[in-house]
Structure formats: C-alpha cells, structure tokens
Design a protein around this ligand. Structure first.
Ligand code: SAM
Length: 391
C-alpha cells in the first residue's frame, strides 16, 4: 500500500540526451503542447493526461513529468533522444564535474549505461569535436554488456564511450598504458537496491530496444542463469523492462531481509574493493562513488573505510567537500549520516572529520517531496599535498 502510494507520486524523470537533441528543440517539438509547471509538487500530483513538465533546478537538461505518463511510448524515447533516468541517478556524472582540461574517464560498473551516456553528453559538450578524450566503460556481466553496447549506440555516445564487455574492473591494471590518461572515474557498483522506489531488493531499469525479441531472448537465458531477481518482459511497444541481479559476486539466494547483515557485509566488502581499486589509477584525480542503497554500510561506511586505507593515504585521496561541489549539488540539502557502531573501530575520525564527511556525502530519500529514489553519492579528489611523503 505504502509503496504504491509512493510510486503514484514518483514523477517520471526524463533526461534530455544532448548528444542527440537540445532541451529547447525538445520543448518546441515533442513537448510543444506541454506547459511549464510552477512546482515539482504540481507535476507529482497531476494525472497522466495533464500536459505539464517541471525543469529540474539541480541537474541541467532534466525534466519531471506526471507520474502516470508513459514516456516509453514516445518516439523520442525509443530513438534515444531522451533517457528515463531518475533524478538521483543523474547526480554522479554531474558531480564528477569533468573539466575541459581533464583527460579520459572510466565508468567502472557501467550497464545498462545511464551514467555512461550522461557522462558522454557532459564530456562532449565541454569540447565539441576539438579534443579527443574517451570514456572506457567496464561491464563484467556478458548479457548486461550487450545491453550497455546497445544503449551507448542508441544514445549516440559510441564516438566517445568504448565498452569493455565481460571486463572486470577489479582486474584492470591501474598502471597500464591505456589508462595513463584517465583522470576521472565513475563508480556505481552493484548494491542492495534498497533505495529503488517500490522495491527493496532488486534493480529495475527500462530499456528502449528497436528489437524487443532480441531482449526477450536475452531475458530468457538470463532467467535460466539466475534464480531469483532476474526477469525480463516487454511492457510497451519497443520498451523492455529488465530486472537485473543485484550483485553477482555474492551469489546470494535468500531474500535480503533474511540475511541482511551478512549480505550487507558481502556487498560492502565488494564495494570497498571497487573504490580502493579506482584509487590506484596512476593519474586519477576524481572519483564518484554511488549506490541506490539506503544503508550506511554500503554508503558512508564504504567511503570512510576507503579513505582510511593505505592507498588513499599514500595517494592523498580525500572527500570533495560540499563547498567544492558543482553548484547544482552544493545546494542539495539532504546529506549523509553517521552510524559509528557499524564501523566497529575500523576508522578513526574526529567529530569534525565525521561532520565534513557527512556534509560531503549526498543522499536522496524515496517517498519525499523531492520525488527521487533512495540514493547515495560522494566524490573523492586526489590532493597531492596530502600524499604520504609530501608531508
Ligand atoms: N551505472 C549503471 C547505470 O547507471 O546504468 C548501473 C550499474 S549497476 C548498479 C552495477 C553494474 O556493475 C552491474 O551491471 C554489474 O554487472 C556491474 N559490475 C559489478 N561488478 C563489476 C566489476 N567488478 N567489473 C565490472 N562491472 C561490474
């Protein structure tokens, strides 16, 4: 009951894919009959047939539509001009704040590719056609890598983003020549999915696909492989809903609520490995770490432990403070929290350091007037003056 109420209020977030179309173009063509709402609440409480939208005030090129509108039936969705992406899920690529001077980027856990294509749009807009930089998108799961490839192509992100299919980010050599120009890394690893609206333990995504049969086929082989979380079914012409398994590394087969603490421990151990691995890339300067989990163990807990690691200390990694964040997110009020007892003496932070860390961590809560899913993101930066040996 409660989750359906939340779902009914959850707006449809639509990210304009600026690799293919501008916001202005979209508003004067497909959505020409739609009026700009005065508030997000107006959109959240409108019926599906009300032609209104609300431009987001934190993320550029993001629009909110009434909850019941089915954008997946629109041509602009099936042709990749817009991407259905929750507002919270747009935070990581934006927070990474890649600058013109920066080099290549890595997306370490990329499928289905919402954040890869968002990052591709941001990076392309920085240097249209006059500077060659690339995004290397890792995806360990073969089936998901196929979906990622399709999404990247459909979004016209394939000029800048190259997919490493069936590639384990943890197996990538941080000192390899091919990564020598990587300065930014986006990490959105598998998590409990506890922040997803209307779901407690799985990750759902909508995919446009010009050939629904191919995904249906993929879905059935996926079902054979996985026992619980994976289903795939076609919900609308040209659109497919796919539920992805949460985390292959844990191979859990019991519901989350039965084994919460063991499962969170396994997930956070994996997430810690991913984050500390990224810290090893020779020229990396910025990392974003995000999850669609509400649990401290997967969020602030992972960031705090990673920042206390020897690699973080030796390379001078620290959290990007709120004051340093990109404008649209600096003003986001919902911030991190601290549960000391869950770290069991694994990190030693002063009260002031804990406060700075929590204030730097961005959280989204589902079921609020902000209309987002539950989400967490933090950015880390490498500060040469903090490197051990330089002090
Ligand atoms: N960032 C994606 C997006 O916004 O569309 C969602 C990523 S999903 C939460 C996590 C993905 O990471 C899964 O597809 C999973 O298969 C992949 N993954 C998990 N461990 C990985 C690893 N070690 N190397 C590469 N990919 C991994």
């Amino acid at each position: 009951q409660q989750s359906s109420q939340i779902q009914a209020k959850h707006p449809r977030w639509v990210r304009v894919n600026t690799l293919k179309v501008s916001l202005e173009e979209l508003l004067t063509t497909t959505f020409a009959e739609y009026e700009e709402a005065e508030t997000l609440t107006q959109v959240m409480t409108a019926s599906g047939s009300t032609k209104i939208y609300f431009p987001d005030s934190n993320i550029p090129n993001l629009l909110a539509f009434p909850p019941k509108i089915d954008i997946s039936k629109f041509l602009v969705y099936t042709n990749g001009n817009v991407i259905l992406q929750d507002k919270a899920s747009c935070f990581p690529a934006y927070l990474l704040n890649v600058a013109f001077e920066d080099g290549d980027a890595i997306d370490g856990c990329a499928a289905p590719g919402n954040k890869t294509t968002h990052l591709a749009a941001i990076m392309s807009n920085l240097s249209p056609g006059n500077r060659s930089r690339k995004i290397i998108a890792f995806e360990r799961d073969k089936t998901r890598a196929g979906i990622l490839q399709k999404m990247v192509k459909l979004a016209a992100a394939d000029k800048i983003a190259s997919v490493k299919a069936n590639a384990d980010f943890l197996a990538a050599n941080p000192d390899a020549e091919e990564y020598s120009n990587v300065s930014a890394i986006l990490l959105d690893p598998s998590c409990s999915g506890s922040g997803i609206v209307g779901r407690e333990d799985s990750v759902q995504m909508h995919l446009p696909d010009p050939s629904p049969q191919s995904i249906a086929k993929t879905g059935s082989s996926l079902n054979k492989k996985r026992k619980r979380n994976d289903i795939s079914n076609t919900t609308a012409k040209g659109a497919t809903t796919v539920n992805l398994a949460l985390d292959d590394s844990t191979h859990e087969e019991t519901p989350l609520e039965d084994k919460t603490s063991e499962r969170l421990a396994a997930l956070s151990a994996f997430q810690y490995r991913i984050l500390t691995h990224a810290m090893r890339f020779q020229n990396a300067r910025k990392i974003t770490y995000s999850t669609c989990s509400i649990h401290f163990e997967e969020n602030e807990g992972v960031v705090a432990r990673a920042l206390s690691s020897s690699i973080a200390q030796s390379r001078g990694w620290r959290v990007l403070t709120r004051a340093e964040q990109v404008e649209g997110l600096k003003k986001w009020e919902r911030r991190g929290f601290w549960e000391n007892e869950k770290l069991e003496g694994q990190v030693e932070l002063s009260n002031e350091q804990t406060q700075t860390l929590c204030d730097a961590c961005i959280r989204c809560e589902k079921g609020t007037e902000e209309g987002t899913m539950g989400f967490f993101v933090a950015a880390l930066v490498r500060d040469p003056s903090l490197e051990v040996g330089s002090r």
